[in-house]
Ligand binder design. Structure first.
Ligand SMILES: Cc1cc2nc3c(=O)[nH]c(=O)nc-3n(C[C@H](O)[C@H](O)[C@H](O)COP(=O)(O)O)c2cc1C
Length: 432
C-alpha cells in the first residue's frame, strides 16, 4: 500500500563553498559567503513540500591528508565555512513551513547558550527549528577549544546525552502558560510558572531557568546521525529523527530494526523516532541520459581516489596518504567517526578499491524522476523507514532537478506531501 514518506535535504558543507569548478555552478562559489544560495534553496524546498533543510557544520580546518591544509584549502573542502546559525533567521524569513535544522557540537557548545539560542530561533520562526547534535569528531576541532587530544569517542556520546537532557530541561523551565501578558493585572510573565532546573550532572551543571521563554514547539526537533553502537544508543534516548548513510537496503533494514529495538528498550514508542536515509539521486530526462550522467560521475570518482581518501581522513583523523593505494589495507581504529570508518573499510581490500567503491548513502538511484520515485517507494516498502534526506554537490540545477523534477513525481505517486497541515515543524514531521 502506498503511504507518503518524509523528505529532508542534508546540505553538506553547509554555509561554505558550493559549485566550485563545477558545471552549472554559476556564481555560487564566488558568492559563497552570501546567504543567497541557501535562501534560494529553502524557497525551492518549501515549494516542493520538503520537511526540512539540515545544515551540516564542523569546527576546524583539516590537515589530515598528507599532514597539510593544502589539499583541503586549495579545493575549498570544509573551509572556508561560515557559522550556519546566523543563516537561520534569514531562511525562516524566506519561508513559512519548512523545518530548519542547524548543527551544533555537544562537545564544545555550552548547553545553556545552546538552549537559549535554539529557543530564540524557535520563537522567532513560530516553531520551525530543530537541532542536529554532533559530538564533533576531529582532534583539530578539540584543539580549537583548548584540548590537547579529543575526548574519547564513547565519553563524547555520554556527554552528548547529558547535554541534551539539560537542554530539554532548560526549554521546559518555562511552563506553557507562563506568559499571561496581562496588562490590566500588570503581569507579563508569571513568576510561579518559571522554574530553576538545578541540574547537576557528570559533565554539566546549570541552575536555570532559561532567560527566554519556552520554545513554541516545547522541544524543537532533535536530530542525530551517529551510526556506532554508542551513536545509536544516544539517538534512542531522546531523538525525534535519526539519519543514516547506507548504500544498500539490507544495511538500512538492519539499522532501522536495531533502532526500533533500542527505542523499545528505553521504554519509548519505536514510532517516536523517524529513521531517514541519505540519498543522492542521479536524474535525467530519459533513463539513458541519467545513466550517462551517472557514468560520468563514477569516472570522475575513479580518476581521483585522493578526493575520497582526503575526505575520509578529515572524518577519521587517519592520514590515508601514508598507505600504498594498492596494498591490502590493515585494520584501522579511530577516535573520530567510528561507524563511518567501519563502513569505509568494508568496501574493498585496497585503498584504491575502497575509494572506487565508496558510496555515501544511496547514490545509485538513477533514471527519470518517475523511475527514481518508483525505486524510492520500493526501498521504503522494504525498509519500512520514514523517508530520505537528499544530498549531493549543490548547484541550482541539481536543486531544481530534485525540487521541480523528483518531488512532483513523488507527489504524483502519493509518496510525498503536497501541503503542510500544521504550523510547526514537529507537528508536520509527526503527521504521518
Ligand atoms: C546525514 C548525516 C549528517 C551528519 N552531519 C554532521 C555534521 O553536520 N557535523 C558533524 O560533525 N558530523 C556530522 N555527521 C556525522 C555524525 O554525527 C557521526 O559523527 C558519524 O555518523 C559517525 O558516528 P559514529 O562514530 O557514532 O559511528 C553526520 C552524519 C550523517 C550520516
Amino acid at each position: 500500500m502506498t503511504r507518503p514518506f518524509h523528505l529532508g535535504w542534508f546540505l553538506g558543507n553547509s554555509y561554505g563553498v558550493h559549485g566550485w569548478r563545477q558545471a552549472w555552478g554559476g556564481t555560487t562559489a564566488r558568492d559563497w559567503a552570501k546567504p543567497d544560495l541557501q535562501v534560494d534553496m529553502v524557497r525551492a524546498l518549501e515549494r516542493a513540500c520538503f520537511d526540512f533543510l539540515l545544515l551540516e557544520d564542523s569546527l576546524f580546518v583539516p590537515d589530515n591528508y598528507g599532514g597539510s591544509t593544502e589539499f583541503y584549502l586549495s579545493r575549498a573542502l570544509r573551509a572556508p565555512k561560515n557559522d550556519p546559525l546566523p543563516l537561520i533567521p534569514l531562511l525562516a524569513q524566506a519561508t513559512k513551513h519548512l523545518g530548519l535544522v542547524p548543527t551544533i557540537s555537544t562537545s564544545f557548545y555550552p548547553p545553556y547558550l545552546l538552549a537559549r539560542l535554539i529557543a530564540t530561533l524557535d520563537l522567532m520562526s513560530d516553531g520551525r527549528v530543530g537541532c542536529n547534535f554532533v559530538t564533533s569528531t576531529a582532534a583539530r576541532a578539540a584543539q580549537n577549544f583548548g584540548l590537547q587530544d579529543h575526548i574519547e569517542h564513547h565519553r563524547r556520546y555520554a556527554m552528548a546525552e547529558e547535554f541534551v537532557t539539560l537542554v530539554t530541561k532548560l526549554w521546559e523551565s518555562w511552563d506553557e502558560d507562563a506568559l499571561p501578558m496581562d496588562a490590566a493585572a500588570g503581569v507579563f510573565a508569571d513568576h510561579r510558572k518559571v522554574h530553576p532546573v538545578d541540574f547537576q550532572g557528570e559533565f554539566f551543571a546549570s541552575r536555570g531557568p532559561l532567560n527566554t521563554a519556552r520554545p513554541p514547539q516545547g522541544r524543537p526537533v532533535l536530530v542525530q546521525a551517529g551510526s556506532s553502537p554508542q551513536g545509536r544508543h544516544f539517538a534512542s534516548a531522546q531523538m525525534d529523527v535519526v539519519l543514516a548513510a547506507y548504500s544498500t537496503v539490507p544495511e538500512m533494514v538492519e539499522f532501522r530494526a536495531d533502532m526500533r529495538r533500542r527505542l523499545a528498550e528505553r521504554g519509548r514508542d519505536p514510532d517516536s523516532c523517524k529513521c531517514m536515509f541519505v540519498i543522492a539521486p542521479c536524474l535525467g530526462e530519459t533513463r539513458a541520459e541519467a545513466e550517462e550522467r551517472f557514468a560520468r560521475r563514477q569516472a570522475a570518482k575513479q580518476a581521483s581516489p585522493e578526493l575520497v581518501l582526503a575526505q575520509m581522513a578529515s572524518l577519521t583523523d587517519i592520514d590515508f596518504s601514508r598507505f600504498d593505494l594498492d596494498a591490502p589495507i590493515e585494520e584501522l581504529t579511530t577516535n573520530g567517526q567510528q561507524g563511518t570508518l567501519r563502513q569505509f573499510l568494508a568496501q574493498g581490500r585496497t585503498l584504491r578499491e575502497i575509494a572506487r567503491n565508496y558510496r555515501y548513502g544511496m547514490d545509485d538511484l538513477i533514471g527519470t524522476p518517475d523511475d527514481v520515485a518508483a525505486r524510492m517507494d520500493e526501498i521504503m516498502q522494504e525498509v519500512g523507514g520514514d523517508g530520505f534526506v537528499v544530498t549531493g554537490p549543490v548547484t541550482r540545477r541539481y536543486l531544481a532537478e530534485i525540487t521541480d523534477g523528483l518531488a512532483p513525481a513523488l507527489q504524483a505517486r502519493g509518496l510525498m506531501r503536497t501541503g503542510y497541515a500544521s504550523p510547526t515543524f514537529r507537528a508536520n514531521l509527526f503527521e504521518f
